[in-house]
Design a protein around this ligand. Structure first.
Ligand code: PMP
Length: 285
């Protein structure tokens, strides 16, 4: 991704894509002092744009790394990047991190907090699984307790086990991995939340140790508007045996049907299709 034409916004300046570099002694690279956002722009409008910018700032606060930019400045930066690259339909990635500075120890209060915003064209996150139903592995790693790490932050440190789990899943021919949490409850995938359907009602984990995704919140609203009962609750992995349909939600994943998780099988059913299509219509509305 580093060697291409285009522009990236870095600390208030638009720089050539190839020149958007950091030093090897960047604090965030060593100690995961980094938070980020993943957003999608549809027809020139970023879905839930301000909510994403606000979450970025909140993630920074949660990891004790105040970001020296306001929501309106981040909004402007995102749209400048889209315009500079000529994109109307793209994925937008904002990342804030502790840069290189006076300190190279764990303490980093004297290192500058930097912000970069990039955008690129990114189609279906799960490829054809978007239509046929994704196959998920069950990760051997567990989502940590909120007493271990600030789980509500979209922080780089939380993604170390995501990459490891995704690699293990891909080696088994799966598109992604599903995590249980530290208590053993069904949690989330490596970059998406999970929903199940049984007897016309929807079940999804309580976001007490997972990211409460903006897509998750949007989809819960869409279901309630349709009069569908949504149970936000702790879900045991064995319950997956009795669930009929399953889908993932996320900015990149949008609404992706799931056909299989480990040995559990699901149908790509009517409600899954309906919500997936309704979400697509909503983001373009
Ligand atoms: N969980 C994790 C671990 C994620 O990385 C994401 C993607 N940001 C989500 C859930 C879904 O969040 P959102 O709907 O806000 O993209």
């Amino acid at each position: 991704y580093d060697d291409r034409d285009g522009k990236i916004w870095v600390d208030g300046q638009m720089v050539d894509w190839r020149d958007a570099k950091v030093h090897v002694l960047t604090h965030g690279l060593h100690y995961a002092s980094s938070v980020f956002e993943g957003e999608r722009c549809y027809g020139g409008k970023i879905f839930k744009s301000r909510e994403h910018s606000a979450r970025l700032l909140r993630s920074g606060e949660l990891i004790d790394m105040p970001i020296p930019w306001r929501v309106d400045q981040i909004e402007a930066a995102k749209y400048e990047v889209l315009a500079a690259n000529g994109f109307t339909d793209a994925y937008v990635r904002a990342v804030a991190f502790r840069g290189a500075g006076d300190d190279m120890g764990v303490s980093s209060s004297r290192n500058p907090v930097r912000l970069a915003v990039a955008a690129w064209e990114w189609g279906n996150y799960y490829g054809d699984a978007k239509f046929q139903g994704a196959k998920l592995d069950i990760s051997k790693w567990k989502r940590p307790s909120p007493e271990t790490i600030p789980t509500a932050a979209k922080a780089a440190g939380l993604y170390m086990i995501c990459t490891m789990s995704k690699h293990a899943a891909e080696a088994k021919g799966c598109s992604d991995a599903l995590f249980m949490d530290y208590r053993g409850y069904v949690a989330e995938a490596t970059g998406a939340n999970i929903f199940f359907v049984k007897d016309g009602e929807v079940h999804t984990p309580i976001p007490d140790a997972i990211l409460n995704g903006l897509t998750r919140q949007t989809v819960i609203g869409m279901l309630k508007d349709r009069g569908v009962t949504v149970h936000e609750r702790h879900i045991m992995p064995e319950e997956m045996e009795g669930f009929e349909q399953c889908w993932l939600t996320g900015t990149a994943a949008e609404v992706t049907p799931v056909g299989q998780i480990g040995d559990y099988h699901f149908k790509v059913g009517t409600l899954t299709r309906e919500i997936s299509e309704a979400y697509e219509a909503l983001v373009r509305a």
